[in-house]
Design a protein around this ligand. Structure first.
Ligand code: TRP
Length: 364
């Protein structure tokens, strides 16, 4: 029989979610949730992982748990179909991580490219918190506790998945077949893999102040789109422009569909025609930006409105999360039980053990 397909994915609650999260992952999650292919879908708010580099900021993490939950619901994640829960409420995850730590070397963690970049970004070089350093192991617990077969995440998480698969293989080789080896599921549109910030510099990130948030107001969204980085050498409308590294075109790659041209820019059949005109010269940035703004308003308006609805009943959101935690905990406890058994640390529920020991000592 085929293994049942299970999804687990997560976000660190360090800020509201932005459109990089949306095109890179949230949108696809909603589709996966509604596809009916998956037996279970677990969506975790990774507050414990957020604390690995925010130990001094518990309030920030606490405030953003609800922000992220609201963004999830606004995007269409549905607690009737997905189990939405909070990492810190599942203590089984810590115990799993404690055992997995024996299967990973310090040098292997040091080689993890994501950890390497994050250490640099946070200026942790000389004083890396141990919890932060070992978070790939904790992430392996997150994934394996729910027996996830499929982990939809951005490409920056590839090293985490590789680390998880190594732990699973090692565990199963030593202790017998217990854990499920997961696969990464990347977004299919290349532009969605690493959506740049509006400054065009690097990935959208709160610390760089280059984000468009899902909950952005109509006016702020427009302002941000109109101020986006384009081709700095495209000074006059007649000048030929470059679309490479041009944020507006990258966003169009991620967001535009044929129907948008019909609706807002009928002079062009598709994005290729628009790009060609821009490269030839004679197409101004403002026109392209206005088009992008129309598309983004259309995409984000329903999300913004849904969010406002959910904000009206915050206690219901916490109740939903608490239910999610309850179910998630049962699942993780089941896996932990199997892990303990495989590792032979299940002393009190193993009748054979006592019999064996009785025999061993009576033969002395
Ligand atoms: N590291 C992920 C991020 O920064 C969040 C995360 C925590 C995660 N645990 C996970 C993602 C388990 C997928 C599976 O976005």
């Amino acid at each position: 029989m085929d293994k049942e397909k299970i999804i687990l994915t997560a976000d660190r609650p360090t800020g509201r979610l932005h459109i990089g999260h949306y095109v890179g992952s949230l949108k696809q999650r909603v589709e996966l949730q509604n596809s009916g292919i998956y037996e279970k879908v677990f969506i975790m708010i990774a507050d414990a992982q957020a604390l690995t580099d925010n130990a001094e900021n518990p309030e920030k993490v606490r405030q953003n748990v609800i922000e992220v939950a609201l963004d999830y619901l606004a995007c269409g994640l549905d607690p009737k179909k997905s189990i939405i829960f909070i990492q810190s409420q599942i203590p089984e995850l810590c115990e799993l991580a404690f055992y997995y730590m024996n299967l990973v070397t310090v040098s292997r963690l040091q080689r993890n490219p994501t950890v390497k970049t994050e250490i640099q970004m946070r200026n942790f070089e000389t004083s890396i918190p141990v919890g932060f350093f070992t978070y790939p192991i904790s992430q392996a617990s997150d994934i394996t506790a729910f027996r996830a077969t499929t982990v939809p995440v951005g490409e920056d998480q590839e090293p985490m998945l590789e680390q998880t698969r190594e732990i699973v293989r090692k565990f199963n080789a030593i202790y017998g077949d217990t854990l499920v080896e997961p696969e990464i599921l990347l977004p299919d549109n290349a532009a969605c893999l690493r959506l740049p910030g509006i400054d065009g510099k690097s990935k959208m990130s709160k610390s760089l102040n280059n984000c468009i948030y899902l909950s952005e107001t109509t006016e702020d969204l427009k302002k941000k789109v109109m101020s986006m980085y384009t081709d700095p050498n495209h000074l006059r409308v007649e000048d030929p422009g470059s679309i490479v590294g041009n944020t507006v075109f990258t966003y169009l790659d991620a967001f535009s569909k044929a129907e948008h041209f019909e609706r807002y820019l009928p002079d062009y059949a598709n994005l290729d025609e628009l790009k060609m005109h821009y490269q030839r010269g004679g197409l101004g940035d403002v026109k392209v930006k206005k088009f992008l703004n129309a598309i983004m308003q259309e995409e984000l308006e329903p999300i913004r409105n849904k969010r406002k609805e959910f904000e009206k009943d915050v206690p219901a959101i916490y109740e939903m999360l608490q239910k999610g935690c309850f179910i998630a905990r049962e699942t993780a406890a089941y896996t932990l039980n199997n892990v303990r058994k495989a590792m032979k640390i299940n002393y009190f529920d193993d009748q054979e053990l006592i019999k064996e020991q009785v025999k061993r000592f009576s033969q002395k």
